[in-house]
Design a protein around this ligand. Sequence first.
Ligand code: NAD
Length: 356
Amino acid sequence: MTSKKIAIIGAGVMGKKHAQTIARHQQAELIAICDPFSDVLAQEYKVAHYQDLEQLFSHEKVDGVIIANPNRFHVSTAITCMQHGVACLLEKPLALDTNEALQLIVAQNKLNIPILVGHHRRHNKIIQQAKEIIDQGILGDINTFNVLWSVYKPDHYFDIEWHRKSGAGVLAINLVHDLDLMRYLNGEIESVQAMMGHKNRNLEVEDTISITLRFENGALATLLASDAAVSPWGWDQNTEENKTSFASSPDQNCYFISGSEGALSVPQLEYWNYPQNNEKSWSTTLVKNKIEPDKTEDVYISQLSHFIDVIDQKVQPISSAQDAIRNIQLLECIEKSARENRTIFIESLELERKSA
Ligand SMILES: NC(=O)c1ccc[n+]([C@@H]2O[C@H](COP(=O)([O-])OP(=O)(O)OC[C@H]3O[C@@H](n4cnc5c(N)ncnc54)[C@H](O)[C@@H]3O)[C@@H](O)[C@H]2O)c1
């Protein structure tokens, strides 16, 4: 198979991460970097540097782009790339808000070019294993879904001004990934109730949040998170997905899911059921089973392999624009719930092709 020619748009922290990933991937070749302010990454990888998209597309034949520029440029950049017929791996968030995301979806419906949104955790093999356990019905009908995310962001993190402002807190920066996985594993969310706390740092941005959610399938969920609390519970710490940025606590769990037939902890992938032919009762001792969590492949490599299949139209994106818009809508509803101190129901969105 010939390598796919990939250009990166936005050469900051994530652009660099994607460049490193492409360099390690057998079927991808980095051919250019587009960033109006920096050519450092292009020099490091000895590839062409362009300051804008028109220059990029007039000089290069590109199979796919990875868009890792600031959030406010995501929609306009993706539309321009689609107009040039180029498939996009678009970093999350899809857009700044639901309305802007809808504009992107309308454009995509017209142009018919694939977009994979960078909700990279969906590519983690442990999540695929957990999904298989759930989809096989080993837990029965899911009743409860508990998520914990509690870490201590160093005080200097808040020296950067936008980190202190609302919209840049635990919810939008960190929990968006957990919310995405909750939807991936257990379907769409119907309503939310949330409370935010600011007492630890006394900043405009929340440092602690509790969210109660009802899924469309009737399951209830809680998500409890703080970036001002010391604990070993959190996705990155427990899965070791991103060891270069986060310390590990690999013996702990951060998701606890239970249903009518059993329970599952993630990422340890321990699951419990009653022994066959025994009464289902709180007085019957549970059998504990375990699947070895698969940590063999880097999640960004898996994401890039999937993007290559998306470019070749072998698969539909695991995280499409039509799917990722629901994460944005969910964040808006959670913020609204905390602000107005009431339950918010998620409105249905008209995303069909006819809406174009
Ligand atoms: N998947 C994840 O877990 C994850 C983690 C961090 C960031 N992100 C997302 O990745 C994106 C980039 O974040 P980052 O932390 O790398 O930011 P960053 O500030 O480090 O880098 C952004 C880069 O974009 C460049 N840029 C600015 N305007 C541009 C334009 N019009 N066209 C092209 N490049 C432009 C800047 O010069 C900078 O080099 C954001 O959308 C962010 O939300 C995702």
